[in-house]
Design a protein around this ligand. Structure first.
Ligand SMILES: Cc1cc2nc3c(=O)[nH]c(=O)nc-3n(C[C@H](O)[C@H](O)[C@H](O)COP(=O)(O)OP(=O)(O)OC[C@H]3O[C@@H](n4cnc5c(N)ncnc54)[C@H](O)[C@@H]3O)c2cc1C
Length: 344
């Protein structure tokens, strides 16, 4: 067997770990640099929906999804209105990132991958190095700035497996992870004077007093250790072909979290990168050709859903449109299914 060229992956989140596992299954030497440690909590709605589930199954990683709770229903709320639960066109999975990232990291190690924890990669990117560093903080960002908050809570009963609560400044998703725990995760517009990791995170997540969200979380028991925050999010779609490096996952672009499709895109982009990278490792193609193939495949696969997600997010966060949009999505089956399908 010819010598296989080694691959370095920078970032051991979902995209990096999935790719690392798939390449190890082909015996390719892989090193992952991860700036943080496992297990750890991450800002994420922890709601896995879309083609990523099938991608993980194809990669033989269904066991890593087994602890997930299956979500079959969703209910929408604004600050003043509640809608009846409705069936998700396809069931989704709700799984804590604390659990999922850790089990993928374990799997990667079991397959002989070298996982360097607490090691931030600071070198230049070049041949043999894949970027899966997650969201990018744009330099000179203009337009809306977003921040995300996440915490796990207990003693909350939900009207559906997933509850989406929208307000003029953002949205909060509540998703049941298991019998006890519910993930509470929100995306919010950042005000100039606001620090999202400040002590008022609970107030921000619980929403306006009297709103359905506030009522839902009134008696909740918060697990403060699970709290995490992320700021400087840019939700403007970017194209992979414009990146100088091979990128996967959020390192290409972030899809608005309202779709619950970011994790899926991380798995899918990792899968799309396997064959071109394996061909490079075997010496059958150049790094540049591998980069072009991966970026073109990613752009073709994700372009449509990114555009739809951008517009849905924009409309959903326009205060006067929230209640009408929720009403249409709730009462018109065709419209609801169409929005679901276009963002996946
Ligand atoms: C508020 C919010 C809610 C969300 N809700 C959902 C949801 O419900 N469903 C869904 O599917 N998606 C959701 N997402 C999106 C989802 O979390 C991401 O799409 C997904 O985590 C992307 O995976 P990734 O591997 O690309 O990046 P990440 O998971 O962010 O991993 C990137 C990794 O790279 C590491 N890293 C970065 N730089 C370096 C470096 N220089 N050296 C070494 N390591 C480095 C980081 O430590 C990190 O571990 C949400 C996002 C937000 C912000």
């Amino acid at each position: 067997m010819p010598t296989l060229k080694p691959i370095t992956i920078v970032g051991g989140g979902l995209a990096g770990l999935t790719l690392g596992i798939a390449l190890r299954k082909k015996e390719i030497p892989v090193t992952i640099f991860e700036a943080g440690n496992y297990p750890r909590h991450r800002v994420c709605g922890e709601f896995i929906s879309g083609r990523g589930q099938a991608a993980l199954t194809r990669l033989g990683l269904q066991a890593e999804l087994e602890p997930a709770n299956i979500a079959r229903t969703v209910a929408f709320f604004s600050e003043t209105k509640s809608t009846a639960p409705r069936i998700l066109p396809e069931p989704a999975l709700c799984l804590s990132r604390f659990v999922l990232d850790n089990s993928l990291a374990e799997k990667f190690r079991q397959l002989g991958g070298q996982l360097l924890e607490a090691r931030r990669f600071t070198h230049e990117f070049g041949e043999g190095i894949v970027r899966s560093t997650g969201r990018r903080v744009p330099v000179n960002q203009t337009g809306t700035r977003w921040f995300g908050l996440k915490v796990h809570v207990r003693k909350v009963s939900l009207a559906a497996d997933l509850e989406m609560h929208v307000s003029p400044r953002g949205y909060v998703g509540l998703c049941r992870l298991n019998e006890d725990e519910v993930n509470v995760c929100g995306l919010f517009r950042k005000r100039a004077d606001e620090n999202p990791s400040a002590r008022n995170w609970r107030e921000i997540l619980c929403g306006k007093i009297g709103s359905p969200l506030h009522q839902r979380l009134a008696a909740a028991e918060f697990n403060a250790h699970s709290f995490c925050a992320v700021a400087g999010l840019s939700l403007r779609p970017q194209r992979a072909v414009l990146r100088a490096e091979i990128c996967i996952g959020d390192a290409i672009t972030m899809i608005p979290p309202v779709t619950g499709n970011g994790m899926s895109m991380a798995f899918e982009s990792a899968e799309l990168a396997i064959e071109p990278l394996a061909a490079w490792s075997r010496g059958e193609t150049s790094w540049n050709v591998a980069r072009q193939k991966i970026s073109q495949r990613c752009d073709e696969t994700f372009a449509r859903r990114l555009v739809w997600a951008k517009w849905i997010q924009r409309l959903l966060l326009t205060p006067g449109l929230q209640n009408p949009l929720l009403a249409v999505a709730t009462h018109n089956e065709w419209f609801w299914r169409m929005l679901f399908e276009k963002t996946r």
